[in-house]
Design a binder for this molecule. Sequence first.
Ligand SMILES: [Zn+2]
Length: 126
Amino acid sequence: MPKKKERDYRPFEQMLRSLRTRFRDDVQSMSDAALHSSEDSSAEASRAPNHLADIGSDAFDQEFTLSLVENEEETLQQIEAALERLALGQYGTCADCGKLIPKERLAAIPFTAHCVRCASKLQHPS
Ligand SMILES: [Zn+2]
């Protein structure tokens, strides 16, 4: 018998699981792409040292791709943490103030651990 009326978070669990699969694939393929372009640009550098502009732009692209991977890994970690909170029955509750996070917010950011108020406080500390 349930102790209290629990909100139904199954749709969010499904969203989180499919997000996790997608982000895992993305992180994997982008890491591969970044490594591959690194091999390309070093080969290019030894073959044609005159094309410094091209090498520079390759390096920029690679940096950009790697920063995307970094963000995706961070998101992936948040997704994992959210699934953990689901397993512990803490999902949907703000990690800061303990209030329930509105379902509309969870639908937009299913891996969030904070209500809108606390999230904006974290982003813009006064
Ligand atoms: Zn809060």
